[in-house]
Every structure is written in C-alpha cells, then in structure tokens.
Design a protein around this ligand. Structure first.
Ligand SMILES: Cc1cc2nc3c(=O)[nH]c(=O)nc-3n(C[C@H](O)[C@H](O)[C@H](O)COP(=O)(O)OP(=O)(O)OC[C@H]3O[C@@H](n4cnc5c(N)ncnc54)[C@H](O)[C@@H]3O)c2cc1C
Ligand SMILES: NC(=O)c1ccc[n+]([C@@H]2O[C@H](COP(=O)([O-])OP(=O)(O)OC[C@H]3O[C@@H](n4cnc5c(N)ncnc54)[C@H](OP(=O)(O)O)[C@@H]3O)[C@@H](O)[C@H]2O)c1
Length: 449
C-alpha cells in the first residue's frame, strides 16, 4: 500500500465511474468516503443493465467487491445528497471536511421533449421503467400500465432494453420504435438488437423502408445495404423468439404530440422529416406533414440529464464545467465544476462519468472517465497545503449519527457483504441464478438478520 497523503476525498455515487475511480484515489494514498443513494453499490450495473445478463453483471460486481474492500475506501450507502435529500452538499463538506468532493451520481434527471400530452397516464421515461424491471426499490412497486401497442421514442440501446422487456416479459402486441432520423443513424448495436430481432415483422419493415425510400436515396443511402444490415439477426440466428409480440420501426418521424382522448393515450403524432447535412452528420428537418401512430403507451428513450436538485450549476443536460483550459494541465478543466454566477471554478469540486457527460457510453467508458477524472483530482491534491484526513474516523461516525437522528439508516460495506451473502443463500434455496431483494425494508431486514 502506498504511503498516506493525509488527504480525505468524498465521492458522491457508487456506480462504475465512482467505484473504478476511488481505486485511483486509494492507490494515491488518500482516505476515501464513497456515498451512495442506494443500499447496494453498482449504480446502473445493478439497476440498469438488463436483469438477465447475469454473467456480465456478476463479472463487474466481482471487481467492485475487490475495490470496495480496500481499507482506505469507506462505503456509506443509503444516503442521498441533494437540496431535498438526506443531506446537502454544503452539509457534506461541513461535516466531513474533505479536501475534494467528486460527483459521480450518474444522470438521474429525465430529458423531456416538452410536447403536449407527454405527462398523460401511459407516458413513461425509459429510466423509470428500467429501474422498475431491474428492481430498484422506490420503482419496483410502481404500477406502469403498458397497453397493447407501445411507441418508444429513440433508437438507442435503451430502446432495445425496453423493447426486450415489452416483448419477452409483458408480451404486448406491438412495439414501435420511432426514429427522427433514418435507419443508418440508429444508435443501437448489433449485439443488443438480437434480443428482439426474431420479433421483427419483416413485411412491415420492408413497407416502412419503401415509405421512406425517396428521402433516404436523396442523401445517397443504399437501401439494399441498409436492409441487409438491419435484418441480419432476424430468422434462425435470433435469440428469444418465443413471444408473439411484433417489433416494428418508424423512421424519419419526429414526435410533436401525444394524442390523448378521455384521459387515455390514443396516438403519437409525428412530423415527417428529411435528412439534411449539418457538418459531418445528417440532421432531421421537419417537413410540415404529420401522421398519427396509433398506440396506447409511449416511452421516451432519448437519453437522460443530470439531477438538477443536487446543488451544482447545470446547463442543458449536464453540470457546468470549466470552459477555460487549465493552464498547468490542459484537459483537466473538463472535470472541474464551474460556477457561471461567479465566473470561477468551484474549488475542490469535480465531476466524472455520466454526471460529466449524461448517457454517454457503456461501463468501460464510465470506468475510463472515472479513472481520468481521479487523475485530475490527484493532481489537484498534490498542491494542497494541509491534509484533511486527521480525525476522519470520528467525523464519519458523527456523520452517520447525525443522519441517523434524521431517520436515515446508513449502510457500511460489511452490511453490503452481509446482504450479498443472504441473497446468495436465498438463490441457492430457490435454485435461481440470482436472487435480489426488491425493497429497502427487505434488504435492511436481511442485513439485520
Ligand atoms: C438501461 C441501461 C442499460 C445499460 N446496459 C449496459 C450494458 O449492458 N453494458 C454496458 O457496458 N453498459 C450498459 N449501460 C451503460 C452503463 O450502465 C453506464 O455507462 C454506467 O453505469 C454509468 O456509470 P456512472 O457511474 O457514471 O453512473 P451510474 O451507474 O448511474 O451510477 C450513479 C450512482 O450514483 C448514485 N447516486 C445518484 N444520485 C445520488 C445522490 N443524489 N446522492 C448519492 N448517490 C447518488 C446512484 O445510487 C448510483 O449508484 C446501460 C445503461 C442503461 C441506462
Ligand atoms: N446493452 C448495452 O450495452 C447498453 C444498453 C443500454 C444503454 N447503453 C448505453 O447507454 C448510453 C445511453 O443509451 P440511450 O439509448 O439512452 O442513448 P443513445 O444511444 O444516445 O440513443 C438515444 C436515441 O434517442 C434519440 N433522440 C435523442 N433526442 C431526441 C429527440 N429530441 N427527439 C427524438 N429522438 C431523440 C436519438 O436520436 P438521434 O440519434 O437522432 O439524436 C437516439 O436514437 C449509450 O451509450 C448506450 O450504448 C448500453
């Protein structure tokens, strides 16, 4: 173990960015407290990655376990930071007195299009559904009423996960993925689409390609190649084909309204678009003609934004970062939080992972971003004149006590280990690959058993 630097760092959020990141802080010799909203660490690895990807999830969990067992890393679960949460950022700084705070809380806000009808019953944000079917407490008991025909806005991998659930668990009649651009601009990957490829209605797909043919050919796209590419996983190679659900697509359609009648979703109104060159990429431009896609539920799968209630300046979907190049270490500015009101960098406050760039990339990218961000923090700490780690144990004990007085039951890493061992026992007892408690009460009872 490297020598202690006598610095204390607090990281908010124990998803991949935070967990892979704290390893770099501990390796540099700092004491690290990692706070997490959920009882369990892991973030979207636990509550985002599709629930049947056991091998992938368990592989990443194993690495997390190794990191979180480091004696310099101190886990505090079940404590949410924010303006209307268990504690504010100011209280965190005041009570724990760290040299630096790193925000790694992901992208917990939702991005909305702000179209009429988007708050109707039967209209959902993908993240809420994802949290629901992956067992994040607060969302597990919510009633998400899905109809027979579900329109999903967006054609990224999150759309595929939602379609996967609708096709194989809910077995709805039809899922319609709605793209504002064309098939060649889809954001989902070949590996992921296999989950629903067997359910693609090829006759409807060919008709859809014919419908948009003139607008695709106008920008030089080759429909033969596109068809081959998009249908290569249909037929014999496709997985999980037992559901009767149909998986369909609408291209070059930008949503303008959720049509609601008598309190119920009736259709998704879309404007036809064409593709226009903007720099290197192709953008969607509205044509002023409209069409109603009949459906009884709508899901927005268009990416997320950061949580605006955390107490950090926001702009667009992200926290504000230093717009000026760091004079000593160019590039470091991308991880430094900036306050536009004062025109200054917020001293000792950093962002990493999806908190830095919302909905950007897979676990490997969050890991890389967490590690890069912590290198910036380590450089910042080499310049610190005084250490802040002296007495951290007492401050942490008082911190837990103050939260307990507020009715917040915090979790330490030994609690997580206990919970995991009870869940392992339970999965053996039930002969299932993985067992997971779905409510905070059940998790706490398992810890207290
Ligand atoms: C539906 C879905 C499926 C995905 N599937 C895959 C996949 O199969 N493979 C893959 O490689 N990648 C997948 N990804 C991408 C991957 O999950 C992300 O790249 C990664 O999780 C981002 O890491 P993060 O640490 O920045 O954020 P998150 O994983 O979101 O972690 C944030 C953490 O912060 C905590 N937190 C939030 N707010 C607060 C607060 N106010 N106070 C304290 N703690 C807080 C949360 O509890 C959470 O633990 C998927 C993403 C989604 C949305
Ligand atoms: N299995 C996996 O590996 C997995 C699973 C889930 C998520 N992830 C990762 O997590 C990240 C986030 O995924 P994501 O699917 O949320 O985001 P994404 O890949 O960025 O896809 C978002 C989709 O929403 C559309 N969209 C955005 N704004 C829109 C608007 N205003 N109107 C209409 N459509 C709009 C986008 O279309 P445009 O392209 O036209 O903007 C795009 O099709 C990605 O990096 C993804 O790979 C990975």
């Amino acid at each position: 173990m490297s020598n202690s630097t006598n610095q204390l760092v607090v990281v908010v959020g124990a998803g991949p960015a935070g967990i892979y990141g704290v390893r770099k802080l501990a390796e540099a010799g700092h004491e690290v407290i990692i706070l997490n909203r959920d009882i369990k660490p892991g973030g979207l690895v636990e509550y985002g990655i599709y629930f049947n990807k056991h091998k992938l999830k368990e592989g990443v969990r194993k690495q997390f376990r190794q990191i979180l067992a480091d004696p310099r890393i101190h886990y505090v679960g079940h404590a949410k930071v924010g303006q209307q949460a268990d504690l504010t950022l100011d209280e965190l700084r005041d009570w724990l007195k760290p040299s630096a705070v790193v925000i790694a809380s992901g992208a917990q806000g939702t991005k909305a299009l702000g179209i009429p009808g988007d708050d109707a019953v039967g209209v959902y944000h993908a993240k809420d559904l994802v949290y629901h079917f992956n067992g994040l407490p607060e969302f597990t008991k919510r009633d998400f009423q899905m109809g027979d025909r579900v329109a999903i806005i967006g054609v990224g991998n999150v759309m595929v996960d939602i379609a996967h659930w609708l096709v194989h668990e809910k077995k709805v009649k039809e899922v319609i993925a709605v793209a504002r651009r064309g098939p060649a601009q889809r954001a989902y990957t070949d590996v992921e689409i296999q989950a629903v490829a067997a359910n693609m209605d090829l006759t409807a797909f060919d008709a859809e390609l014919e419908r948009v043919r003139p607008r695709l050919e106008a920008v030089g796209e080759d429909l033969v190649t596109i068809r081959k590419d998009l249908t290569k996983h249909c037929g014999t190679k496709a997985k999980e084909g037992e559901s009767p659900s149909k998986m369909n697509f609408r291209f070059l359609n930008s949503p303008t309204e959720v049509v609601v009648e008598n309190g119920k979703v009736k259709a998704l109104r879309v404007e036809d678009t064409e593709l226009v060159k903007r720099g290197e990429s192709l953008s969607a431009k509205g044509l002023g003609t409209f069409f109603d896609i009949e459906c009884d539920s709508v899901v927005f799968a268009i990416g997320d934004r950061v949580d605006e209630t955390l107490g950090i300046p926001c702009s667009g979907t992200e926290y504000v970062r230093n717009p000026n190049p760091d004079a000593e270490n160019p590039g470091d500015e991308a991880y430094q939080v900036f306050d536009p009101a004062t025109g200054k960098v917020c001293d000792g406050l950093f962002v990493i992972g999806w908190s830095r760039q919302a909905s950007d990339g897979v676990v490997g990218k969050a890991k890389q971003d967490g590690e890069r961000g912590m290198a910036v923090v380590n450089r910042y700490l080499t310049k610190a004149e005084t250490g802040t780690a002296d007495g951290w144990e007492k401050r942490l004990a008082n911190f837990r006590k103050t939260l307990a007085e507020r009715g917040v039951r915090t979790i330490d890493y030994a609690d997580v280990q206990k919970l995991e061992s009870v869940e392992r026992e339970k999965s053996e007892e039930l002969s299932v690959e993985f067992f997971k408690y779905q409510t905070d009460e059940d998790m706490l009872a398992a810890i207290d058993r």
